[in-house]
Design a protein around this ligand. Structure first.
Ligand code: FES
Length: 74
């Protein structure tokens, strides 16, 4: 299985993910997840992040490459 690096800003942490991993679950695993009251079903809109500069719901991202994820400031 392929592995990818996910750089998380502003903490500047570098996480390792398997191809196809869900971004929200990865961030949760490392304790850096945004709020996700709907539990990752794509309905609450609270897990917005920027992936390579593009605004997107973390729960809808499958990791398929190295990427940089910017968490919104509180
Ligand atoms: S966790 Fe609710 S939209 Fe992503």
């Amino acid at each position: 299985m392929k592995q990818f690096f996910v750089t998380v800003l502003p903490q500047n942490r570098r996480l390792t993910a398997d191809e196809g991993d869900n971004l929200l679950e990865l961030l949760r695993e490392y304790g850096t997840a945004p709020d996700a009251p709907c539990g990752g079903y794509g309905t609450c809109g609270k897990c917005l992040v920027y992936v390579d500069g593009i605004r997107i719901l973390a729960c809808e991202v499958r990791i398929d490459r190295d990427m940089t994820v910017e968490l919104p400031l509180e």
